[in-house]
Design a protein around this ligand. Structure first.
Ligand code: HEM
Length: 306
């Protein structure tokens, strides 16, 4: 019953905290992860789920080739780095560009080389921001703005705002590119196109949540939620497997029993790997990369099941 309640919008509105949330998005409430207005939150969540799925998110026939290309490059890079650094490799953000690419081909129709300097810098900054203080740190909500303004380097407010500025600069270029290309009008090719089409459809409606600033906010949200969480989970996975060589051996044995060594595993193959699946779930449980989700509240009293 608890999970049913947690998934019902009317019981789980997000707490508004303009000092924290609006400063990242042009001093307005925008985007999805911190949306406390129901019209904004529900609309953005539905649109984003529907649109990403439409462009292939979660579908094995679309994602298989992207994931395969990324893992092939990653394995090659890992082998080279390990060879050139005496058997040592710092994991840190090694997975992040691959993870971004699997998402970004549906969001922006882009795949970035793993040595792209702009993306490496942006992802590194993002990593520093989440490391310096989780972006959903509950204590941050309790700190008065005056104190945060007085000690920006302690509160890391300066880091956060700089990262968001860089992120918005990056997404503005992507949006302008898609606008110049002009496909959004007739046949949208990705999330940005679909959003631009919605902006066009809602022109003249000043209550519309489809604005270019909101598109930038959404891209920032997707960039952060889609990469920091998955990168953290992958890092924990590597750590746990390193600390538990017997479990690592059992996973390898199971993978070998399903996929021949000269083939790449497919998304369907994982269905035949219950032990490996259990290890992934255990990684989520123990890694717990989002220990403090965004605070929620029930706006009114409700009667549940009598
Ligand atoms: C291991 C991977 C991931 C983990 C552990 C994770 C975890 C979470 C958690 C705990 C929340 C907060 C839920 C809440 O407040 O009730 C969340 C929200 C969210 N995540 Fe993820 N996530 C992951 C991957 C992703 C990916 C790949 C995307 C991008 C498509 C994504 C997009 C989002 C969005 C947009 C929200 C806000 C949803 C809303 O407010 O309705 N996440 N995630």
């Amino acid at each position: 019953m608890l999970s049913e309640v947690a998934n019902m919008d009317e019981y789980s509105m997000k707490v508004s905290h303009p000092e924290f949330t609006h400063t990242r998005t042009f001093n307005k409430e925008l985007g999805l992860i911190f949306a406390s207005r129901k019209e904004l939150w529900v609309e953005m969540r539905r649109f984003t789920e529907r649109t990403l799925r439409h462009f292939g998110f979660g579908k094995s026939n679309t994602m298989q080739s992207v994931i395969e290309a990324e893992t092939t490059d990653l394995v090659k890079e890992f082998n080279e780095t390990i060879k050139n650094h005496g058997g040592i490799m710092k994991i840190r953000t090694k997975f992040v560009l691959s993870l971004l690419n699997t998402l970004w081909c549906m969001v922006a129709g882009q795949r970035y080389p793993h040595d792209d300097p702009t993306l490496i810098k942006l992802m590194d900054r993002n990593f520093e921001m989440t490391k310096s203080r989780s972006f959903i740190d509950p204590f941050h909500f309790l700190l008065p703005k005056r104190i945060k303004d007085m000690f920006p380097s302690i509160s890391k407010e300066d880091v956060r705002l700089r990262v968001y500025k860089e992120c918005h600069d990056f997404t503005k270029i992507l949006i302008d590119e898609r606008k110049t290309e002009g496909m959004y009008n007739n046949s949208p090719l990705n999330y940005i196109d679909a959003f631009l089409q919605k902006i066009e459809e809602n022109k003249g409606n000043n209550k519309s949540v489809y604005t270019e600033e909101n598109l930038q906010a959404m891209l920032a949200d997707l960039l952060q939620t889609g990469t920091t969480t998955t990168n953290g989970t992958m890092n924990y996975g590597v750590l746990f497997l390193t600390l538990n060589p017997k479990i690592q051996e059992k996973c390898q044995k199971e993978i070998d029993s399903v996929v021949s060594r000269h083939l790449s595993p497919t998304l369907e193959d994982i269905e035949k790997m219950p032990y490996f699946q259990a290890c992934i779930l255990e990684t989520h449980r123990q890694g717990n990369v989002v220990p403090n989700p965004i605070p929620r509240f029930a706006p009114t009293d409700w009667n549940i099941k009598g």
